[in-house]
Design a protein around this ligand. Structure first.
Ligand code: THU
Length: 134
């Protein structure tokens, strides 16, 4: 868990954030132990901006991964972590596409604090293809 947090913090350095200045980093742990890092990538048109969590997921899915254990996320203005940076709703829904209720989201805060939450806690009563599109 500490290693995953370190990789999320490192990923913040890759962020492209000329508009908000908020650098966000994510480290996604696949079921086979592989880790994918992601950062947020902003756009002058704003809407196409992609969050760090989705960058990590899409990199992993492109490489063929479909099962995931946990993700560590951190972020802050100019890369300075001042508190937990919880995943946005869109990213939670992307997690739901591939992950069950027990998927763990580690919120990496200031001074090394780490809070662990499950996807069930972050996205209750969620819409899931496996359950609702049969
Ligand atoms: N952001 C993320 O990378 N992940 C989230 O879950 C929430 C928001 C980014 C998007 C934007 O580049 C910046 O944080 C400020 O909203």
């Amino acid at each position: 868990m500490e290693k995953l947090a370190e990789l999320a913090i490192e990923a913040m350095n890759h962020a492209y954030v000329p508009y908000s200045g908020y650098k966000v980093g994510a480290a996604l742990l696949c079921a086979d132990g592989t880790v994918y890092q992601g950062c947020n990538i902003e756009n002058a048109s704003y809407t196409p901006t992609v969050c760090a969590e989705r960058t990590a997921f899409f990199k992993a899915v492109y490489d063929g991964h479909r099962e995931f254990t946990a993700i560590a996320v951190c972020g802050g203005k100019d890369g300075v972590i001042t508190g937990p940076f919880p995943p946005c709703g869109v990213c939670r829904q992307v997690m739901r596409e591939f992950c069950g209720d027990d998927f763990i989201i580690y919120l990496v805060g200031a001074e090394g604090s780490i809070e662990a939450l499950t996807l069930a806690q972050l996205l209750p009563h969620s819409f899931c293809a496996k359950e609702h599109m049969n």
